[in-house]
Design a protein around this ligand. Sequence first.
Ligand code: BES
Ligand code: MN
Ligand code: ZN
Length: 498
Amino acid sequence: MENRVVHERWSKVDADWLIVGYGQDSSFTGPLAELDEDLGGKLQKLKELDDFNGKPGELLAIPDIKGLTAKRLLLVGLGKVAELNKSRVEKAIMTAVRHVSGRENMTVAVAHSKLGKSLTNADVALIVGTSAVVGGVGQGLYQSEKKRFPLAGISYVASSAREAKSLTASLQKGLLLGEAMNITRELVNRPASEIFPATLATYAENVARQTGLECTILDEHDLVHENMNSLLAVAQGSDQPPRMVVLRHLKGPKNSPTLALVGKGVTFDSGGLSLKLGDNMLTMKCDMAGAATVLGAMSAIARLDLPINVIGLMGCVENMVNGNSFKLGDILTARNGVTIEVQNTDAEGRLVLADVLSYTVDQGATHIVDMATLTGACVVALGEDVTGAFTNDQELCDRILSAAEGTGELVWQMPMFDLYDELIKCDTADIRNVGGRWGGAITAAKFLERFVDGKPWVHLDIAGPSFASSNKPAREGGATGCIVRTLVTLAENFNTKS
Ligand code: BES
Ligand code: MN
Ligand code: ZN
C-alpha cells in the first residue's frame, strides 16, 4: 500500500476520501477552522443542525464537496477529547476505514483535530497505519462478491512539516503491525479443511522464509522421538498427523535471555470423544489462534529486526474422533515425565501445550509466554473482548500488562492461588486434565504451570477476543489478530528490561 505523511491544508489533500476525526468538544481552531472556511462554513452548519456532533463512532459521509480536493469527505466522531485513549481513537479510525474499504482501490487521507495530552501524533499515525491494513481485509476470502478491499493508499496529515519525517516511521510501523495481524487473521479465518497441522506448518515455513526467520518443522516421527505423548494422544484420533513448528529469531547478544512465544494450534477442536454439542463446535477452526498469533508476532519481530533472542513454538494438532481416539481414563506420560489422567478429551489444548512448553524449556527459554484459545470458562469470566493472564512471575506479567496497555489491547490478570492446585489432583496419575466445574480458566493455567519448570511464564487465554462472533462498525467478525501487538511491544521492551 502506498503510504505517506503529508503536511498540507486539509482541503488541498488529494485522495478518494479525506477522513477527518474530530472530538465532541473540539473547537473550530487551527486546520479544522481552515477546512471549515474552505468549505464555506459547512462543518459549523452541520454542527448547528445537529447532523454531526463528533460522538464516538459517529460517521457522516459527504461526496463531492465544493472547495475540497479530495473526492469525498468522511467525518468521524472521536468522542470527548478529555476521555480519548488509544483504543477509542483506533475504534473511530477503524470504523471510518471500514466504511470506505467497501470499494476497490480507494486512497485515503486521515486528519484529525487536536487530541489532548494522552496521545501523541506518533501514536495516532501508528494507529492509522494498522487500521488501514486491518480494516481493508474482511473475512470474505471465499465470497465471490467481495465486500471489503485493501486500500490502495494511506496518507496521514501531519500538523507540521517538522513532524512529518518521524511520523512516516510511525505510520509504516503501523502498516507492518497490521500486516502481522492479517497473517494471524487469515490463518484463523481459513477453514479446517485447508488449515490442518501439515498446512499450518507449511504456511509458517513460507512466512518464515519471507521475513527471515529460521524455521524447523517436527513431524509425527520427530514428536514420538521427543516423547511428546501428551500432544500425540490428542492427535491420535485424527487422520491428519501433528506437527510442531519452531521459529527462531536469534539476534540478541550471546548469552542474553531468550523469550519464547508458544501457541496452541488445534486446527479443529471437535472435542474428541467428549464431543462438543450444538453450536459449540461451529467456530472451532479458530482453535489454532494461539499458534497463528505466534506466527504473526514472530513475523513482525523479524521484520523489525529486534536485537533480541526470540523463539516461537506452534503445537499443531487436530482433535477428532476415530477408532484410535484417545479415551477417557487414559493415562499419558508427558514429555517431562508428569503423568496425566484424561478425564475429558475436550480439554485437549493443555495436553498439547504441556509437551510444547517442556520442549520450550529445553530450548533454553528464559521467559515464556503462551497464547491459547484454552477455555470457555475464561470467556464466561471476562467476556468476549478481554484476554485472561495467568502467571508464576509477577514481573513478567506486569511487563505484558503494560505492553497491552501501550497498544490499547485489553488483558486482565486472574489469580493463581495455591488452592487451585488441589483441583487438578488425581487418584490415578500426578494430575488430571480437568479441574471440575468451577474456576476452569484457572485450573487450566495451573495445569500448564506444571510444564514450565519454574521458568518465568505467562499464559494468555484468548478464547474470547481472538474470534469475534459478528461484525461491528469498528471490526470485522471472525479472527481479530488480538495480542499480536502486545507481543511485539513486549519483545521491543525485552532488550532493556530483561
Ligand atoms: N477450544 C476450547 C475452548 C474454547 C471455547 C475456545 C470457546 C474458544 C471458544 C477448549 O479446547 C475446550 O474445549 N475447553 C473446554 C474445557 C473443559 C472440557 C474443561 C471448555 O472450555 O469447555
Ligand atoms: Mn476442546
Ligand atoms: Zn480446544
